[in-house]
Ligand binder design. Structure first.
Ligand code: MG
Length: 172
């Protein structure tokens, strides 16, 4: 039982927690050897009630590209048009309906572009999808605070559950 607990803790613990993607120091991570970013969309770079990234986040993504990162959108959203809009705005490759925390979409991207899992930053706002997805692949997981926490009842309940999980692993 203890072993399971340790395994679960390892899966749900983000490597780092930040308030916003804007707090991620891109040059630092590049210097450390990271080369690509798998970026969640909803509530990570775009609020749930917004259609596109705001200027600050647009600037951050452009900086990431300038620094040398390959940035991929990996979203569980089933609306390809939503992902397409952001992908087009930011000139990125986008994958929708990714089924995170399952890793097949992530594995597919690594394979297609011949990328190293260990050089991947996985950035998202949810423990049960983004963080597990990143940890499971052996990548580096960064949990951001959701842009709109109180968007709807289901999301609210999800974040509450995730908060108690983070408390359980001693990160909150
Ligand atoms: Mg999200």
């Amino acid at each position: 039982m203890k072993q399971y607990k340790r395994l679960i803790k390892a899966l749900i613990s983000p490597n780092v927690m930040v308030d916003s993607v804007l707090d991620i120091n891109l040059e630092d991570y590049y210097t450390k050897g990271f080369r690509q970013i798998f970026l969640d969309i909803d509530n990570t770079v775009v609020g749930l009630t917004e259609a596109t990234c705001n200027l600050d986040i647009e600037h951050w993504i452009n900086t990431a590209k300038k620094v040398g990162f390959q940035v991929f959108i990996v979203s569980n959203n089933i609306s390809w048009i939503r992902i397409y809009k952001v992908a087009k705005q930011m000139n990125l490759s986008g994958y929708y309906f990714a089924a995170k925390p399952l890793t097949f979409t992530g594995d597919f991207i690594h394979q297609k572009h011949q990328l190293d899992h260990q050089k991947t930053l996985v950035v998202g706002d949810q423990v049960l999808t983004d963080v597990i997805f990143g940890n499971w692949m052996g990548s580096y997981s960064i949990l951001v605070d959701p842009i709109e926490r109180k968007s709807n009842k289901i999301k609210k309940a999800q974040y509450k559950l995730e908060n108690s999980l983070l408390k359980w692993v001693g990160l909150k």
